[in-house]
Design a binder for this molecule. Structure first.
Ligand code: ATP
Length: 237
């Protein structure tokens, strides 16, 4: 059976420039997990699937871990690529195990990183010699499992991350599955400054370094680029 893991030691304060996504995730993920009784009383189903998408290195994975850490519920992590090299039927079974284990420990969070590795559009694989039956089976199992839980008082929220939302199968995005989509985009000027400050605190910084200037000169940089920039600068020094 699948075991919950400890989210990475990253908290929301370690991430900069993501105020919008954080606020949305608090409402979509933290609140239903903390107060399932309110949703049951209202008779509404809490959100089921939340898809984080955006360019590489903008903090989707880090944000998933940080939100789980903040919510303080069991956390089931799987990367899409883990399901890829399975023998036939193995991927589907692993998805079933994942959801069954999670349901037993609800309220909880499932986080599927690199969702595109299993969620690519089925029509997209047509015409490929040999097809990709295994991936399709895994995807079908995921679609079935996403339909399978409705209990309002015991929510299981499925977070997923991808930097290729356009290749995902349309069935994954329909209401009741990953119908909430949160864009985690490259930071703007003030976001870049915040991220630079976060990473500059971790290195010895010369007096007179003007992070405003650096933020202005790094338009288009993702969070991971900025983290790297600070480290490279420190290495050079
Ligand atoms: P990919 O799509 O390639 O998986 P991702 O969006 O999931 O990328 P992460 O793996 O979360 O990106 O980010 C890589 C690293 O970059 C993080 O561990 C973190 O150190 C840093 N980082 C990214 N975005 C931010 C941010 N907004 N604030 C602080 N650090 C960030």
């Amino acid at each position: 059976p699948f075991q919950p893991t400890e989210p990475r030691p990253v908290c929301l304060a370690d991430l900069g420039g993501l105020e919008g996504p954080v606020a949305t995730l608090k409402e979509l993920v933290e609140r239903p997990l903390a107060h399932p009784e309110v949703y049951a009383w209202l008779g509404v189903a809490p959100p089921r699937g939340v898809l984080l998408h955006g360019p590489p290195g903008c903090g989707k994975t880090a944000l998933g871990h940080a939100i789980a850490r903040e919510a303080g519920v069991p956390f089931f992590y799987a990367a899409g690529s883990e399901f890829e090299e399975m023998f036939v039927g193995g991927g589907g079974r692993r998805i079933r195990d994942l959801f069954n284990s999670a349901k037993k420990q609800s309220p909880c969070i499932i986080f599927i990183d690199e969702l595109d590795a299993i969620g690519k559009s089925r029509s997209g694989s047509m015409g490929v010699v040999g097809g990709n039956d295994e991936r399709e089976q895994t995807l079908n199992q995921l679609l079935t499992e996403m339909d399978g839980f409705t209990a309002q008082d015991k929510p299981v929220i499925v977070l997923a991350a991808t930097n290729q939302p356009e290749v995902l199968d349309a069935a994954l995005l329909r209401p009741g599955r990953f119908d909430r989509q949160v864009l985690v985009d490259r930071p703007d000027l003030s976001g870049r400054k915040t991220i630079l400050e976060i990473y500059a605190k971790k290195v010895k910084l010369a007096e007179g370094v003007d992070l405003d200037n650096v933020a202005q000169a790094t338009s288009g940089f993702a969070g991971a680029d900025l983290a790297n920039l600070v480290n490279e600068a420190a290495l050079l020094a």
